[in-house]
Design a protein around this ligand. Structure first.
Ligand SMILES: C[S@@+](CC[C@H](N)C(=O)[O-])C[C@H]1O[C@@H](n2cnc3c(N)ncnc32)[C@H](O)[C@@H]1O
Length: 589
């Protein structure tokens, strides 16, 4: 008989340790532990690890947000910039007019009244953490005292002030000087050579005490300036060639490439982008980053950024960031699958479809994925179906048609964006809903034909597409709910068309009428049901767009005849470029 062991203190302390079993010993009738290896509850370690990783990620994100102290390089550059700002650059003297011979080792300090040839003593090894004026204040009486000790009449012999060697335009700070307040030497001028020599001898090797925190005592060096180098210009860092004045306008850093991690800087719901944020709700910095995304997300179509900017003027309320990004990312996956389908068709002998000439956007809603395809492939047709006629669809068509018109005259490049002005943008009517998204923008009527010539909208049920779909069709449904995905995929399969769906809500009863799917959280259920669909329809490519854009991020693609696993090509825009180069007029319909 097995009984549960009495709860021991150790087990209480370790909640993850499985309860150990015991048996009753036949001999002693005492409970006896059955030794079995300690096990943790399944997944518990992984869960604990993910918590730690999450914590670490949060810490790193916090650290990244903290303002960074200036680097050594920045501090040195700021110091030198200030020198340049304040120095009298006209006082700079070249080395050519410096006195450089032993014979004329004199300062020629014209400003020192009555003294033509002063003799200089260079005092070195001074504590460099003090300000030059403090060094001067401490060194002057010290020199006077030492000179007197050496029998030099300091009052008569010392000429002018002690000159402390400071950094200047010709001798700026380097990285090595980062902790220095001055250059570590000072110059004292004497009327006579003998006075200078005696004072230098007296100063050499003496201990100089100051308030320096780092070097309160320094043993000084002292020597005669026998090469005549240490004149005022040199001491002030004004001897040498004039420095190049850096451009007052700071060099603009090149724009950084967009990274998906930047999604987290945008307004988010718990897990993904906020549904309602529109492009014009973002202030300059984020706006610029999104423009960077729009201009690079589809490499062959940088003008996407131009379309967004143009559309912002006429219909800003349709530019919801989440919808824009999920449509663009979905477009890229559809393009990848199209590449696979057409490259496979080119190799396959039993399939004569080499070009999928009609796209079917079923349950199109705002229809941006279809509009992007129509714009990218002007020689092919897009047929969009929906129960409802949405003004956003017509607004997108209008904006892309205008861009196509612009591009026919002159290619649009990112150079057209005034990045500085965009960066200054301040969102004004943030999240204000007065501009009702259900109304069409000015100049766009939703009872008209879509402005893009190669897109056809059908108001009605997606089932109406069935008669039009054939083996050279590409059927897709982006965030079509429940049955819409099923109808789309089954329609495509029945006509041997290529297909892609990005399901949104998937009722379990549609695919598993006999099963109970319960106690799965939303993400798990979504992933599970996508798996079920994938199995049911023989999906060939299963890939998610970034889940920070949408939590309904999985795209299932299939329908390629003779599909071979290695043929998936994503990010290849050659097809778009080729169609563009051909500049073929869109087919009439
Ligand atoms: C969530 S929206 C999807 C919009 C869009 N495809 C997208 O990329 O986000 C779902 C759309 O499907 C349409 N819809 C759902 N079932 C449909 C059906 N059987 N026939 C036509 N339209 C349908 C709805 O009118 C709605 O516009």
């Amino acid at each position: 008989m097995t009984v549960r062991p009495p709860t021991c203190a150790a087990d209480v302390c370790r909640p993850f340790v499985a309860t150990r079993r015991t048996t009753i010993c036949k001999a002693t009738a005492e409970p006896r532990a059955v030794t079995s290896p300690r096990r943790t509850i399944m997944g518990q370690k992984r869960y604990a690890r993910s918590l730690r990783q999450e914590e670490r990620r949060r810490e790193l994100a916090e650290l990244a947000k903290r303002p960074r102290a200036p680097s050594i390089r920045e501090k040195v550059a700021a110091f030198n910039a200030e020198i340049l700002e304040t120095a009298d650059l006209r006082a700079i003297k070249s080395w050519d007019d410096a006195r450089g011979t032993v014979a004329s080792a004199s300062s020629g300090d014209a400003e020192v009244e009555g003294v033509v040839d002063a003799h200089r003593v260079v005092v070195g090894n001074l504590p460099v953490d003090l300000r030059p004026e403090d060094v001067k204040a401490a060194l002057t009486p010290f020199v006077v005292e030492k000179a007197r000790d050496a029998g030099v009449d300091a009052a008569k012999e010392i000429v002018g002030d002690v000159g402390v060697g400071v950094f200047g335009p010709c001798r700026p700070k380097t990285r090595r000087d980062r902790d220095r307040e001055f250059r570590g030497f000072a110059v004292v001028r004497f009327r006579s050579a003998s006075g200078a020599a005696a004072a230098a001898a007296a100063l050499r090797g003496t201990t100089f005490r100051t308030a320096s925190a780092k070097w309160p005592e320094r043993v000084l060096s002292a020597r005669l300036d026998d090469k005549g180098e240490y004149d005022d210009a040199y001491v002030c860092g004004l001897r040498g060639s004039a420095p190049k004045i850096p451009d007052k306008v700071p060099k603009k850093e090149p724009r950084k490439r967009w990274k998906m991690a930047e999604l987290e800087n945008l307004p988010m719901r718990q897990k993904c982008l906020s549904t309602h944020t529109r492009f014009s709700d973002l202030d300059g910095k984020l706006r610029v980053r999104l423009l960077e995304y729009f201009s690079t997300a589809i490499p062959a179509m940088p003008e996407l950024a131009g379309v967004v900017l143009a559309m912002e003027k006429s219909a800003p309320h349709y530019l919801r960031i989440k919808e824009l990004m999920e449509s663009i990312e979905c477009f890229n996956l559809i393009l990848g699958h199209l590449n696979s389908a057409e490259s496979t068709a080119g190799r396959s002998t039993d399939d004569d479809v080499r070009v999928y000439d009609t796209f079917f956007d079923l349950a199109c809603g705002h229809g941006l994925v279809g509009v992007l395809l129509a714009y990218a492939f002007p020689t092919r047709t897009v047929r969009s179906f929906d129960h409802a006629k949405r003004a956003a669809f017509f607004a997108f068509c209008h904006a892309f048609a205008q861009m196509r018109e612009t591009m026919s005259r002159k290619p649009w490049t990112v150079g057209a964006i005034d990045w500085d002005t965009e960066e200054m943008f301040v969102a004004s009517n943030r999240l204000e809903e007065t501009n009702d998204a259900s109304t069409a923008p000015e100049g766009v009527r939703d009872d008209e034909e879509p402005a893009l010539s190669n897109i056809i909208f059908t108001l009605g049920d997606i089932d109406d597409a069935r008669v039009l779909v054939n083996a050279s069709s590409f059927v897709f449904a982006a965030h079509g709910c429940n049955e819409a995905n099923k109808v789309a995929v089954e329609m495509a399969k029945s006509k041997q068309a290529v297909w892609a769906v990005m399901p949104c809500c998937i009722k379990a009863s549609i695919y598993l009428p006999e099963s109970v799917v319960s106690k799965l959280d939303d993400d798990a259920k979504y992933a599970f049901m996508c798996g079920v669909m994938c199995q049911k329809y023989d999906a060939q490519l299963i890939r998610a767009i970034d889940t920070r854009i949408t939590t309904r991020a999985i795209v299932l693609c299939g329908g390629i005849k003779g599909f071979r696993k290695h043929c998936f090509v994503i990010g290849n825009n050659t097809k778009i470029q080729r169609e563009r180069e051909r500049k073929v007029e869109a087919p009439p319909h």
